[in-house]
Write a protein that binds this ligand. Sequence first.
Ligand code: NAP
Length: 247
Amino acid sequence: MTSELQGKTAVVTGGSRGIGRAIAVKLASLGADIAILYVGDPNEAAESCRMIEELGVKVKSYICDVSKLENTQDSIKEVLEDFGTVDILINNAGITRDGLMLSMKESDYDAVLDINLKGAFNMTKSCYKTFMRKRSGKIVNITSVSGIMGNAGQTNYSSSKAGLIGLTKSVARELAARNVNCNAVAPGFIATDMTQEISKDNKLLSSTPMNRMGTAEDIANAVAFLVGPYSDYITGEVLKVDGGLAM
Ligand code: NAP
């Protein structure tokens, strides 16, 4: 185990499964203590905690619906009591409710925007004063190539992810003078629960130059770079990890 992030506390939303779990495990392998936020299955969260504990760092999971500001404020208060500080925030929690606009329900539009975009606003706002006072911090928002290219059937999702890029750049500008970096990672097609339904002949997938889906670890590696010391002069950036899909 290297100790690049030793002594740091990282909060990972949606750390119970998929990309969030891979990020949490990767940052733990670099020495960070980990707080996982999730809403659904406690068994999945417990499995993430077990994997992280094995790496010899501190870990705790918290039930928190990121779409509710009060929930995120309460959870960050608990994290601060348990860990003493927050150094790294990974806004990864996200959902899809796909469908062509003609048939998309207003509630499906709202749910996706509330979790994917407002969730990142709520979490960042809840950690804002901590980062300002520390005069250091790293924020990484998990957006998507759908937010860059658009995607038929994902007007809600691509709007949320494009919005997240705007949020990333605005937060980067607001906090740059306080030595807080805010960047985004834009995954292409990554094999997780979210993409289980994607068929092998999906158009976007077949137009991925590297001709394969990415792994959650591919995304975790990019996040590790953006929260570590080698990216200290990078802020407001959107790093695509997509096998060349959106170039
Ligand atoms: P996933 O396997 O479906 O996992 C989603 C995670 O988000 C789960 O841990 C889930 O927690 C959590 N979550 C959902 N709603 C939440 C809420 N309201 N509050 C707190 N946590 C919530 O998805 P994934 O594929 O790992 O995706 C992770 C992120 O990457 C998302 O932002 C997604 O949009 C983005 N992304 C994924 C892909 C891809 O191909 N997979 C591509 C581009 C971008 P529970 O387990 O408790 O439900």
